[in-house]
Design a protein. Structure first.
Lengths: 120, 949
């Protein structure tokens, strides 16, 4: 299983990758939506851990574009941000996110989410 | 391993956050100016948001709370709340606090104790007080895309919740309505997380909050990591130390390569040649590549400036635009670090002192907003950074006042300085023109510190300013400190490297040449283009003994080595190498050697070394920390042949030289500017007092030595004072009758030498040595005085030594027997220098000649055309328009003066010049200061005429 971690903060990418690797995922990183999209076009991952606020292309725009790509409906997208108001969450889910978690997250939270969406 | 991971994470976090904060600083300032620029706001918001988000992972509640509060306020801006300067200031303050916490975190690795409630409360107040209604509106407006779909849930938001907070029910409901997906657990988790994140809003509850989220990330050993990074990372972070190590390793590689190349060069047709060539290229590329990794855009040093300027503008009530260009110009990281502070200081200065207040600007008819332009660009091997403001400019009068007040210069000295020279005073130690010390600058750290810091890295700083228009500071710094061009010299059998940047020129001193090392008050000096250069023997400074075979004797050999260099310098004035040697060799102590003329800031001095080899690009290795106290060396390096040599620090030596400078007056700005001008009329004068209060002066070049002798050793003999001096009796003379020699103690005397004869002139006090454009104004009727001139703003009598010499020796001049002829021999003196005309005329007059002095060959020819007759012509060689040679030639063409003997007079006495003089109709050749020689020549010429007659 491969998971793409999209976040502009290197710290968060590191933490996320670490957790995912412990869960025996292969990981890849992207610093913004544009990079993530390029990655996906070349090679769809199984899951995507997606930040909302990023330079160049934000998470929402990425998600919308991803779902329009060929095979773009396939990856499980878990939105993962501290944008915690209702509007954001509904928007994210509306744009095609499979799940939504709050920062800061830990292994338990990720594991729980991944189980719910059937990744584990 | 877990701990290590956390450490790494923390380091990463600190770097990342610090960078983000710098960006936020700049962006906020921009944002304040264009509050409607949503893009900038988004950018800021995102960065603060990321900081907040990241803090959560690391268990940094203080940071998180603060970042959250700031984020909330910025969220309000995003929602359309008007941006007030107060709000921006508050956010900037919060960012400062975050930085404080970060630096504490960096040191202690835990968040420092303390409360940020003060700031958070204010931020919250503004967030709420920006109008609850506004905040409310914003709640509606915030998720623009979602707005229409989810009007319902928003109504549930309870009023006591702060803006952007969401109630649990709200979340759940939103989830339920948004999608058919089963979100039950999801919303719980989300809500939990939300609750945690939101908690910081109420700071009281915060401190107790355990740093829960981070640890799980660290537990359990990770399985073998197989990271796939298909996404190309544009950059990676590398520890600076590893770069430094790489750099050193590459330097070693370069040296080894050089050794190999050297070895192979000696072997014809070596099979190594081709691969070695390849190795050489690769090494060069590698070196270049590594150098590049050390380069950073200069903008990194500027990042904080917009913020600083903004704060300043606010504090000072000014409007300031900071324009920056060339931020992408790259330079060495090390240099960058070192210029950061000076640069910041200078920008502060421009904002504080340079720019007028808004009222002041309007009154001066300038736009309200002041400009500071910061630009950087490459020029040669240097980076030029310009800081220009359109403020009031430097006020020369104020600087003068201040300079006098701080005793940096006397009023008289200042009077004669140009505005440019006066402006340079701002770089002097202890100088600050600001009337009152503001919070901003003028805190004792002045431009002198800036200058020192910049000079420390081999840079220079200069200022040009037009009063009322603004000032421009120009900083010139080397691209890198790691590889420098150095001059390799030898002293006492050891080799040293001298940074080429400081080397102005090389002078070879020989006992018999124009350039010889002389002693004034036991300090070696070199007379170089009418300027006295203090010297320092490197071997003496380092207290190293010359190994046998090295030293003065080896100098000429070394100089003939193929690698040896002739004057490196700037070629402004080629040195007459190995000038003429007169048979009567005078013995001067250590008069020979190679002198490396060094300029460090205002200081100019010479280092005497035994030989000079070559210039080489050397890789600077810093001194070991154990030897850091030794200021004379700045580092060491390995030469191509593998030997380790020390790099001399010109600044360190300047300090050492400065301590032993014999006359402080030697090193002042007026001198500095005149230093390498070959202006004809600039003459070094020795100023002293004797027999009266008014200063007296003699050309320094006539003085052989300055001595102090014990009055008790003076022996009166036959109405004259004599003293035993260097194994001979030296007559002493008084300046005038008013002079009283000291009753006891030491009597300062000026020693004049001519051939074998030595004379001492007793004086009261030696005052100074000055460089002056000598203009003798009044020819005094007094005996022994050529005239008076203004020296350093004071009327000074210029003494005629020629008057005193006969007093000391009866046979000083064998005067022509003018009585016999019934009339004086007529001498025409042609010299463009008024000084020499004034000096030589009395000498010749005293010798019984009737002297007419003119200042150019043209004038002389005019006199010929007028039908005047002379017995002898004495002409200078170096003159503008028509020089001596041409003049002598031209005389041949006209019958009237074609037979008149003409004597050449010149400061150059090389054989070639003498030869040329003889070819050009000159009958003889005399050095300018060789007065006895001149009299001799005149006498023999006159005698010859007498015989013919």
């Amino acid at each position: 299983m491969e998971c793409l971690v999209v976040d502009d903060s290197a710290v968060i990418r590191k933490v996320a990758c670490r957790i995912l690797e412990e869960m025996e995922f292969q990981t890849a990183e992207a610093v913004d939506g544009r990079e993530a999209l390029d990655f996906c076009k070349a090679h769809m991952p199984d899951a995507i851990l997606l930040d909302w606020n990023m330079p160049v292309m934000d998470g929402l725009e990425f998600l919308t574009k991803l779902r329009k790509e060929y095979g773009g409906e396939q990856p499980v997208v878990v939105f993962c941000t501290s944008e915690n108001d209702v509007g954001h969450i509904t928007t994210a889910l509306g744009a095609g996110a499979n799940e939504y978690i709050m920062k800061p997250f830990d292994r338990e939270i990720i594991e729980a989410k991944f189980q719910q969406v059937g990744l584990l | 391993m877990g701990a290590k991971f956390l450490d790494d994470l923390l380091t990463e976090f600190l770097t990342e956050t610090n960078e983000s904060l710098d960006v936020v600083d700049c962006e906020l300032v921009k944002f304040e100016q264009e509050p409607n620029n949503a893009k900038i706001l988004d950018n800021i918001f995102r960065l603060v948001h990321t900081i907040k988000g990241t803090c959560g992972f690391l268990g940094l509640p203080r940071l998180e709370a603060l970042a959250h509060a700031a984020e909330t306020l910025m969220g309000n801006f995003r929602g359309g709340v008007a941006v007030t300067p107060d709000a921006v200031t508050l956010i900037l303050e919060s960012l400062d606090r975050i930085k404080e916490i970060l630096s504490a975190l960096e040191q202690a690795e835990v968040e420092p104790d303390g409360s940020d409630n003060d700031l958070i409360d204010q931020l919250d107040l503004l967030s709420a007080g920006g109008g609850n209604s506004a905040a409310h509106d914003q709640n509606d407006a915030e998720p623009e895309a979602a707005e229409s779909e989810i009007e319902e849930p928003l109504k549930i938001v309870q009023r006591e919740l702060k803006p952007r907070e969401v109630s649990l029910e709200g979340l759940e409901r939103a989830f339920a309505e948004a999608d058919g997906a089963d979100l039950g657990t999801a919303s719980e988790t989300a809500a939990e997380a939300a609750a945690e994140t939101e908690k910081p809003e109420s700071p009281e509850g915060k401190a107790e909050k355990p740093a829960a989220p981070a640890p799980p990330a660290v537990d359990a050993g990770a399985p073998a990591e197989k990271r796939e990074r298909a996404v190309t990372n544009q950059s990676i972070r590398v520890n600076v130390d590893s770069l430094e190590t790489l750099m050193t390793t590459v330097s070693e590689l370069v040296l080894t390569r050089n050794q190999l190349l050297e070895m192979v060069r000696r072997i014809e047709d070596s099979e190594f040649k081709v691969p070695l060539q390849r190795l050489s290229n690769v090494t060069a590329e590698l070196q270049e590549g590594i150098m590049k990794t050390r380069m950073q855009p200069v903008g990194n040093a500027w990042q904080k400036l917009p913020r600083i300027v903004r704060d300043l503008a606010k504090d000072l009530g000014k409007k300031i635009d900071l324009e920056m260009s060339g931020a992408e110009t790259e330079l060495d990281r090390q240099v960058l670090e070192l210029i950061k502070d000076p640069l910041t200081h200078m920008v502060r200065n421009s904002a504080d002192h340079g720019l007028e207040t808004t009222e002041g600007r309007l009154a001066a008819g300038k736009p309200e907003t002041g400009r500071i332009d910061l630009s950087a660009y490459h020029e040669g091997g240097h980076i030029i950074i310009e800081i220009a403001d359109d403020g009031r400019g430097l006020n020369a009068e104020k600087i003068k006042e201040k300079a006098v007040e701080n005793e940096l210069a006397t009023q008289a000295e200042l009077e004669k300085m140009t505005d440019v020279q006066i402006q340079k005073f701002i770089f002097k130690a202890g100088f600050s023109t600001a009337k009152e010390v503001t919070n901003v600058s003028g805190r004792g750290v002045g431009m002198d510190v800036v200058r020192t810091n910049i000079e420390l890295i081999g840079g220079s700083v200069d200022v040009t300013s037009v009063e009322g228009k603004g000032s421009t500071f120009l900083i010139k710094i080397p691209l890198t400190l790691a590889i420098i061009s150095a001059l390799i010299v030898e002293s006492a059998g050891q080799r040293f490297a001298v940074p080429q940047l400081c080397v102005v020129e090389l002078v070879r001193a020989q006992a018999e040449s124009d350039h010889r090392i002389e002693m004034i008050n036991d300090t070696p000096v070199l007379r170089l283009r009418n300027k006295l250069l203090p010297l320092m023997h490197l071997s003496k400074l380092l207290e190293i003994e010359a190994a046998p075979g090295s030293g003065d004797q080896s100098a000429p050999e070394a100089f003939d080595l193929p690698g040896a260099v002739s004057p490196e310098a700037d070629g402004r004035e080629p040195e007459p190498q190995g000038a003429v040697s007169t048979p009567t060799a005078k013995k001067f102590e250590e008069a020979a050697g190679f002198i490396v003329v060094i300029q460090v800031g205002p200081h100019c001095y010479g280092i005497v070394v035994d030989s000079v080899f070559d210039t080489e690009e050397i890789v600077v290795k810093p001194m070991s920390s154990m030897l850091r106290e030794v200021t004379i060396f700045s580092g060491n390096t390995i030469l191509g042949d593998g030997s380790v040599i020390l790099i001399v620090d010109p600044n360190g030596i300047a300090d050492a030289v400065h301590g032993s400078l014999f006359v402080d007056g030697l090193q002042n700005d007026a001198d500095e500017d005149a230093a390498f001008d070959s202006t004809d009329d600039v003459v070094s004068l020795l100023v002293f007092r004797a027999g009266g209060n008014e200063p007296k002066a003699v050309p320094l070049s006539l003085v052989t030595r300055l001595e102090e002798i014990d009055v008790a050793t003076i022996e009166p003999s036959n109405g004259r004072d004599l003293v035993q001096y260097r194994g001979k009796l030296m007559p002493l003379v008084n300046v005038n009758d008013a002079f009283q020699k000291r009753k006891e103690g030491m009597q300062p005397i000026l020693v004049f030498t001519d051939e074998e004869q030595v004379m001492g002139l007793m004086v009261d006090e030696i005052v100074d040595i000055v460089e002056e454009r000598l203009n003798i104004e009044v020819t005094a009727g007094m005996e022994g005085v050529i005239g008076s001139a203004v020296v350093k703003g004071q009327a000074t009598e210029v003494l005629d030594i020629g008057h005193y010499l006969p007093k000391a020796f009866d046979n000083w001049f064998r005067r022509p027997e003018s009585d016999d002829r019934g009339y004086s021999m007529r001498v025409l003196l042609v010299d463009d220098s008024s000084f020499f005309r004034n000096m030589l005329s009395p000498v010749m007059s005293a010798g019984g000649y009737s002297v007419t002095a003119v200042e150019s060959a043209d004038e002389a020819l005019k006199m010929r055309d007028e039908g005047k007759q002379f017995d002898v012509i004495v002409s200078d060689i170096e003159m503008p328009d028509m020089d001596g040679f041409a003049f002598a030639q031209s005389l041949l063409s006209d019958a009237r003066w074609s037979t008149t003997p003409i004597v050449a007079l010149s400061s150059h006495t090389s054989p070639a010049v003498i030869e040329r003089a003889r070819e050009s109709n000159f009958i003889d050749y005399v050095g300018k200061f060789d007065r006895a020689g001149l009299m001799e020549v005149l006498k023999s010429t006159v005698d010859a005429i007498g015989e013919v007659a």
